[in-house]
Design a protein around this ligand. Structure first.
Ligand code: PMP
Length: 289
C-alpha cells in the first residue's frame, strides 16, 4: 500500500510520523473520511471544503491548496488502485515541543490513506441496529464544536464504550440540554408520516455530508424535511429511525433503549432512501483518473 505523506507517495512501512507530532500527543489535527464508488470519489469538493473549515476553526494552516488536496486524494486512489474504498485524509499539527503550544509546530503533516472500510455486517442492514442512549453527552459547542472533525474523538469513543458495554454497537449522544445530537460517528434521522427530521448542527451534530445528500434525495422524492431539536421521546415514537454516515451509508435503527421503533423492522422510507442513495452514489463523483 502506498500512503501519501507531505507531497509524496511512500510505501506503508515508511509512512511514519514523529512521536512529537501534536496529532499523537494531543489529538491536535483534523481529518476526513471519504468514499470511492466505481472509481469516483464521492462528494470530493464537499469533503475538502469541510477539511479546510475544520482546519481554519482550529487555526491550522493546511500547506496545500484545496485543488492540490483533491488531486492528492485522486492520486492516492490511483496509486492503490482503490476503485471501491474509503479514503482517510489526516492533517496533524506536526512535530513540536512537549507542551500544548501549537505554535511550536512548524510543519503540519498531511497523510492520505486509500483503503477499505466495513463498519457493519451486511445482515445488520437487513435487520436494523439496536442502539442505546448513553450518559456521555456530546461536546458542548463552546468546548469543542462538533462541526469540527478533529482528531480528538475521545468524546465519541467514551460514548461508544458505553454502547458496547450495554451490548449494542452504537450510541445516541444527547447534548447538554438533553436533546438528541447524533450517534458516535453518524447523524441520526427520524421519519414521521411523510416528514423526515434530523437534529440541527446547533444541537451538537456534525454537518454530515451523507446527511446533506439524504436530505436532498428525500426532498426530491416529495418528503418534507426539517432540522428539528428532538428528545428521546421523538425517537421512541417515530415511525422509522436511521443513521447516516460516509462509512455506514444509511442504516436502519430498529430498537432504541429496548423500545421497538415502528414494527421493529427497517421501514419503507429508510429502504427507499437507501436504494436512492446507492443509485446516486453510483453516478456521482470525481473520477480518480
Ligand atoms: N457525526 C460524526 C461525529 C462523524 O464522525 C461523522 C463521520 N463519520 C458523521 C456524523 C457523518 O458525517 P459524514 O456523512 O460526512 O460522514
Amino acid at each position: 500500500m502506498k500512503i501519501f505523506m507531505n507531497g509524496r507517495l511512500v510505501p506503508e512501512p515508511q509512512a511514519k510520523v514523529s512521536v512529537f507530532d501534536h496529532g499523537l500527543l494531543y489529538g491536535d489535527g483534523v481529518f476526513e473520511g471519504i468514499r470511492v464508488y466505481h472509481g469516483r470519489v464521492f462528494k470530493l469538493a464537499e469533503h475538502v471544503d469541510r477539511l479546510f473549515r475544520s482546519a481554519r476553526a482550529i487555526a491550522l494552516e493546511i500547506p496545500m491548496s484545496r485543488e492540490a488536496v483533491a488531486e492528492a486524494i485522486c492520486r492516492t486512489c490511483r496509486a492503490n488502485n482503490c476503485r471501491e474504498g474509503y479514503v482517510r485524509v489526516v492533517v496533524t499539527r506536526g512535530k513540536g515541543e512537549l507542551g500544548l503550544n501549537p505554535f511550536t509546530c512548524r510543519d503540519p503533516q498531511i497523510i492520505i490513506i486509500a483503503s477499505a472500510i466495513q463498519l457493519y455486517p451486511k445482515e445488520l442492514y437487513e435487520k436494523g441496529l439496536r442502539i442505546v442512549t448513553v450518559g456521555t453527552i456530546r461536546n458542548h459547542s463552546e468546548a469543542i464544536n462538533p462541526m469540527i472533525k478533529s482528531l480528538n474523538y475521545l468524546n465519541n469513543i467514551l460514548a461508544k464504550i458505553e454502547a458496547i458495554n450495554a451490548g449494542t454497537l452504537e450510541a445516541i449522544m444527547l447534548n447538554h440540554e438533553g436533546r438528541v445530537a447524533e450517534a458516535t460517528g453518524d447523524n441520526i434521522f427520524a421519519a414521521r408520516g411523510r416528514a423526515l427530521l434530523t437534529p440541527p448542527p446547533s444541537a451538537g451534530a456534525l454537518a454530515g455530508i451523507t446527511r446533506g445528500v439524504v436530505l436532498d434525495l428525500a426532498r426530491q422524492r416529495g418528503y418534507e424535511t426539517a432540522e428539528a431539536t428532538m428528545t428521546r421521546y421523538d425517537l421512541y415514537t417515530a415511525d422509522e429511525v436511521f443513521l447516516t454516515g460516509t462509512a455506514a451509508e444509511i442504516i436502519s435503527v430498529t430498537e432504541i433503549d429496548k423500545r421497538l421503533i415502528g414494527d421493529g423492522k427497517p421501514g419503507p422510507i429508510t429502504c427507499e432512501l437507501r436504494e436512492a442513495f446507492h443509485q446516486y452514489a453510483a453516478m456521482d463523483g470525481t473520477p480518480i483518473d
